[in-house]
Each structure stands twice: as structure tokens, then as C-alpha cells.
Design a protein around this ligand. Sequence first.
Ligand code: HEM
Length: 388
Amino acid sequence: MSSIGFDARDMDFVQNPYPFYRRLRDEAPAYHHEESGLWFISRFTDVERAATDHATFSSSRGNVVIDSPTRVGKTLGSMDPPRHDELRRIIQRSLAPARIEAILPFVREETRARLAAFADNRRCDLVADIGRPILFGALGRMLGLDAVGASKATELTAGLFHQDDGLLGSVLQPEDFQAIFAFLGEEMSKRTVEKGDDLISVLLEAQANGAPLNDQEIVANLSTVLMAGNASIGHFFPNLMHALWLHPDQRRLVREDPSRILAAIEESVRWDTSTQSFARHVMQDVEIAGQRIPAGSRALVLFASANRDERSIPEPDRFDIERKRVRHFGFGLGPHVCAGTQVARAMLREMLQVLLPVMGDFDLDTANAERVKHVMVRGFINLGVEWK
Ligand code: HEM
């Protein structure tokens, strides 16, 4: 077992982590990574347990491998019920269906504008030229930022998970975290007069109506939606395009009938999600797959491995958009299940509806693409695309 080493910078893992996960599931379903002290949990049923049993697998010390003290205990992803559920109900108001509908025209128009900008040579970078400006721009607006603020937020969060640093990878340098918090703090203090139904307003309103939320918690939660949203959807968009490119038959099915776009998004998030894993703190001794994990340990819950566990999902390595619906962890499970699931599905659907008819049988330059090197995140730093 100890012969299974791990380094997020190992190029075999970076290119394709799924053989490593399979090995973990088969040989060491609760694997202790000596160097980091993390316990990797990889089988479907164990991941399900870890995601739902928050008394044993707590988020209260943060849900990324090494979390930032500026966030821990203040954000949705770094606290447990019941406080978590109370805060989530407030945040969910700013991600309600009407807010999603309101942002879709921006997504559509921006996608058309980006395509028009590259209409001459029909090649660009999927991450920097398409995904980031559209998705980060849209999320910034949902937060309540104006166009200038949204591009500033895009700039500040562009490097998330791109540090290429350390055995597990690193999220951001502490000074970058501080810069994001400082920027969001300023944005919050600007917004005292005109309130709308964006996240900044919703949180300020809740505070004014007596919700137990201090300013630091407001800023921390703005940062969670901004960072959770951007890191996950920003990295997922190229993964989705990559999955379609790798499977031209599936891409053809989607192009022939755009009502299949949502099924393609769902299968991609199962097959190759951007959020590969999240961390939890082990609150009491627990046995996982016959292995005792002591209280006080940190666990890494491998959602992406569970999504490929043949013990629970038939032919899990096959990318099949017509697959009978299966349960998966692409958007997580339990109290922390992604708060932006509907936002993500709607934005990506809108983008693909505009992109696919124009890009058609697009080609990807995977030979020159750079991938993220982080245990928690799978995605591309750049990925060239070309179309006829
Ligand atoms: C394809 C895109 C996305 C994927 C794959 C994804 C995946 C996930 C996953 C797996 C979690 C669970 C984290 C945990 O268990 O600790 C999560 C949580 C979260 N996501 Fe997403 N997400 C996506 C898009 C978004 C978007 C667009 C937003 C914001 C609008 C968002 C906001 C959040 C928030 C706030 C949480 C924390 C929820 C909580 O702890 O209660 N996500 N996401």
C-alpha cells in the first residue's frame, strides 16, 4: 500500500488521474498519504458517507486541503449545520431561479460577442478568451458587481489553483487571498444605498434585519461564491468541451438535438469534473473500508473517483450522454451539495447553445495545452480551439 505515492505535479496524474483513483479503490480505499497526513477516500459508498455524515466528517476546519484562516468558520464550505443551513438559506436567495434567468441574456450576448471577436481567424483560447470572460463576468454580476468590478474580480481570481506549487498544489498565495478580501470589502461598503437582489444586497439586507452575520462573514461568503463559482465552473467549461471533442459521436448527438445539452453537461460533470475532491476534518475515530482513521485526521474525499467506481456505476469510464441517469458527486452531496448547481447548468447550457452551431466540429490543441496541477482541481490553464 505504501508503494502508492502521490504528487499532484506527477504528469501521469495531471494528464489522467483516473488510473490512480482506480488503484486506490482497488488496493487502498482509505489511503494514508504520509507526506501530507491526508487520508484519501475513494469508493462511492465511502464518499457518500463522508459527504453526508458531517458529525464525523466536518467542514468546520475548511474544505480545501490547506484552508485559509481568513475563511475558515465564516463561509458555507467551512462550517457545519445548523449554522451552515441558516446561512445557506440566506445565500440561496441570491441564486434563486429569477436571478439565474436575469443573468442569462448577458451570457448569451457575451458568448456571441466573443465568437464575433474571433470570427476572422476562427481560433482562440477556450479558457482566456471564452470561458473566463463570460462565466466570471456573469458570476461577478450575480454578486452585484458592475462591469468594472466584475473584470477586477476576474483578474483577481484568474490564478486560482494555478500556483503549481507543492505536493498537493496550492490554491492561492496568502497575499492574493488578502487582495480578494480587500476588494470585496470595498465593494460591500459601496453598496449601502441602492440594494437589489444580488448577493451583496441579500447579505446586507439579512444583516440589517437582524441575521447574525458580521461584515467579515459577509465578505468571506462573497469570496466563497466568487471563488467556488469561478474555480469550479471556470475549470469545468474546458473539461466539458474536451469531453465532447474526445467523443465526436457524442458531440454529434448534441449538435443534432440541442435539447441534449443538459444531459451532456451532467455526464461531463460525472465523467470529468473540475472539483475532483474536497477535504473534511475527522471528528471521531471512524472505520472506512476496514481501515481505522483516527480522530483529528484530515480526509480528502475523492468525488471524482467515486464517480468512476464500477462498484456503483455501470461502465463508469464510458462517456455516454444517453446513459440512464445515475447518482454521482459532480456537484457534491449532503449539506454542502453545490449551491450553484442550477446556476452552473443554466450558464453552460446557454453558452453551448450559442457556441456549438458556430464551432461545429471544433478542434482542440491539446498538444500545447497546460493543465492545472492540484489534487482538488482538474482543468486547463489554457486550451486552444480552432473551428471551420
Ligand atoms: C460545473 C460547475 C460547478 C461544479 C462542478 C461545482 C461543484 C461543487 C461541489 C462538489 C461542491 C461541494 C463542496 C464540498 O462538499 O465541500 C460545491 C459547493 C459549492 N458551490 Fe459549486 N460547483 C460548480 C459551480 C458553482 C457555481 C457557478 C457557484 C456559484 C454561483 C457555486 C457555488 C458553490 C457554493 C457556494 C458551494 C458551497 C456550498 C455549501 O458548502 O453549502 N458552484 N460546488
